[in-house]
Each structure stands twice: as structure tokens, then as C-alpha cells.
Write a protein that binds this ligand. Structure first.
Ligand SMILES: Cc1cc2nc3c(=O)[nH]c(=O)nc-3n(C[C@H](O)[C@H](O)[C@H](O)COP(=O)(O)O)c2cc1C
Length: 324
């Protein structure tokens, strides 16, 4: 354990870990502030998606993921931490404090830290080979350790119904979300742009139009973007929490990062099929398809694919406050 204050380099390492977290449309809806060696995580309301994420649920999930990733950064420095969720009732957008403790870090965290840089959302086709059941068990464990459930939906008729919901939702949402999304997604590869999903990360379109990967650029002509056949029977899992409070969104985010980076460690990539979760009726159906009493927070497509390029991140100077 290390009791000297964090050096600037160590702080940078923790922040780089935190900001590597996934976020909807790569909005990176967070900012951070140091309080001694503890790290405050705040939701940034200027990066909200009023149409695509009207309650800020997904922005909170992203901040929960950033909080967990920061803990991995601390662990790599041999520092144990705990997360205090929503530490100040007067400041609802101050969503988490990562507190350094006297305890040694969870040894698994330091290992997971090294998988952070290679974690990416992979919207390409996955191989048909099934994920080994032991690896699925590790992913379920990762979710459970963070107080959530990862329901891998395998059995019929639940599986087919979930796929149908995902595809139906794709048709329902695209019209009204298209404009908001276009500001973030599919920009030609611009070296100066440090957020959003660049064209190179969209992946190919599904040949038969029935892919589970959400096409983030429906109806837009993106030069060089081809079409291809996707895996016939994607592995789909639903990340669920016990309820749907702000705290549970943050818990879902922590669990999401732990599941994703555990997957990375075992060569499993993920993309998301969250489209039915953005429609309140369909969202309830997703949870009931998973035959559980929980609330569906994320729908994941899991598998092994070919490597994809990283998405950009904003410079650390842009995400660290005081912001008083
Ligand atoms: C709460 C949340 C919702 C997301 N929803 C989708 C989605 O519906 N479709 C999709 O393709 N990617 C989705 N993503 C993935 C982001 O687009 C991705 O994390 C971001 O572009 C950064 O890229 P990276 O994950 O490769 O670092 C979501 C991520 C989060 C955290």
C-alpha cells in the first residue's frame, strides 16, 4: 500500500482509466474533481441527450462505468478504494466519490486494469462459435459482484422474442432520434474531434437487414461503409438491477464496466442492442423476457470478432474541474 499523496502521473493514470469508460454515442458525459487523493465523479449536463436519454439514465450508467474504471486505475497503483454513491444530497449531479481506503485493493482489479485499453464496443460480425460456458459464468459473476444480474437469454421462446423486440424497436425509434444522433455519430474521421462515434467505428451494415447491432447511421450514406452477414444466432444478455433509481443506474454502470472488461480479458467483445430499452413499454417486455424481477438496464451482444479501432477521448484537461 502507498500512503504518499498521488503524484501527477498517478492521477493521470487514474483519469485515463476513468475516461476510457464507454458512454452512449461517446458523449463522455462526465467531469472529475480531486479532493486530496479521492476522486469525485460528476455528470456533465452539457453533454446530455434530451431525446435519446431524457431522464439521464444512460449518462448515469456511463458515469458509473467511469467510477469503476477509476477504481481499477487506483488498484493498479496498489490502492484500495470504495465507492460512495450520491455523496451529497444537495448536489445530485455529483454522483460518486472514489474514496481511498486503508485496505489492500481487490487483486482482481489490478489484473482487470490491464484489459481496459483493449476494451472496445465492437459493432462488427462475431464468429458463430459459442462463448464457452465457463466464460459466461465469469461474466455473470462480474455482474453479481457489483450487485446486478447478467441474464444470458438462451432458451426459446424467450430468445426469439427478445430478438424480435430488438428488431421492432429499431424500426420505431430511428425517425425522431436521427437528428440528435447525427450530431454525435458518423462524422468523417476528423482528427480534431475528441468525442462521438466516428464513421470508422460504425461497423458494416447487416446484409439481410436483420442484424442485432444497432445501425447508428440509419438512412445516411457513409462512404466506404460496406454490408456483411452477421452471426446467425448472436449471444444476447440483459444487465438488470433490482430497481430503477438513480443509484441503480450508477450500480448498473459499475457492473457494466466490470462485465465488459472481464469479457475483454477472456477475448469476448460486446456491442449493445439497447433500442428496446428506450421505449418504456418495450423496456418492461425486455425484463419480462429475461424472466426476472429486475429492471433491464443494458442489452449486450457478446462474442468474438476481429479487432476494431478505438474511439477518441477528450483531453484530460477538459474533464477535470474545479467547476465551482
Ligand atoms: C449507456 C450506454 C448506452 C449505449 N448504447 C449504445 C447503443 O444503443 N448502440 C451502440 O452501438 N452503442 C451503444 N453504446 C456504446 C457507445 O457508443 C460506446 O461506448 C462509445 O462510442 C465509446 O466507444 P467504446 O465503447 O469503443 O470505447 C452505449 C454505451 C453506453 C455506456
Amino acid at each position: 500500500m502507498n500512503s504518499a499523496p498521488l503524484t501527477p502521473k498517478q492521477r493521470e493514470r487514474i483519469l485515463r482509466a476513468a475516461t476510457s469508460a464507454p458512454s452512449k454515442h461517446n458523449t463522455q458525459p462526465w467531469w472529475f474533481r480531486w479532493d486530496g487523493d479521492d476522486l469525485e465523479v460528476h455528470v456533465d449536463p452539457e453533454r446530455a441527450l434530451p431525446l435519446g436519454d431524457p431522464d439521464g439514465r444512460e449518462a448515469h450508467i456511463a458515469c458509473g462505468a467511469a467510477a469503476f474504471a477509476a477504481r481499477l486505475g487506483y488498484a493498479s497503483l496498489d490502492l484500495g478504494t470504495e465507492t460512495v454513491l450520491l455523496p451529497d444530497p444537495d448536489e445530485p449531479l455529483y454522483v460518486a466519490r472514489i474514496r481511498v481506503t486503508d485496505a489492500a485493493p481487490d487483486p482482481r482489479f489490478a489484473t482487470l486494469y490491464w484489459s481496459l485499453p483493449s476494451r472496445r464496443t465492437n459493432r462488427g460480425p462475431f464468429r458463430e462459435t459459442p462463448i464457452p460456458s465457463l466464460v459466461l459464468e465469469y461474466l455473470r459473476d462480474a455482474a453479481r459482484e457489483e450487485g446486478t444480474w447478467l441474464r444470458v437469454v438462451e432458451r426459446e421462446p424467450a430468445y426469439e422474442r427478445l430478438l424480435t423486440l430488438i428488431r421492432a424497436a429499431t424500426g420505431l425509434e430511428d425517425e425522431y432520434l436521427r437528428e440528435e444522433r447525427a450530431a454525435w455519430v458518423g462524422a468523417p474521421d476528423a482528427p480534431h474531434r475528441r468525442d462521438g462515434v466516428p464513421a470508422r467505428s460504425l461497423g458494416p451494415r447487416a446484409l439481410d437487414g436483420t442484424g442485432t447491432v444497432r445501425d447508428l447511421a440509419v438512412g445516411r450514406d457513409i462512404p466506404g461503409r460496406g454490408s456483411t452477414a452477421f452471426e446467425r444466432r448472436p449471444t444476447i444478455a440483459v444487465l438488470e438491477t433490482g430497481g430503477d433509481s438513480v443509484a441503480e443506474w450508477l450500480i448498473a454502470g459499475q457492473a457494466l464496466l466490470r462485465v465488459l472488461v472481464t469479457g475483454t480479458r477472456y477475448g469476448i467483445a460486446a456491442s449493445f442492442a439497447n433500442q428496446p430499452l428506450e421505449n418504456p413499454d418495450l423496456r418492461d417486455e425486455v425484463a419480462s423476457e429475461a424472466r426476472h424481477y429486475g429492471t433491464a438496464q443494458m442489452v449486450l451482444r457478446l462474442g468474438t470478432g476481429t479487432e476494431v479501432p478505438p474511439t477518441p477521448r477528450r483531453p484530460l484537461a477538459d474533464v477535470v474541474g474545479p467547476r465551482t
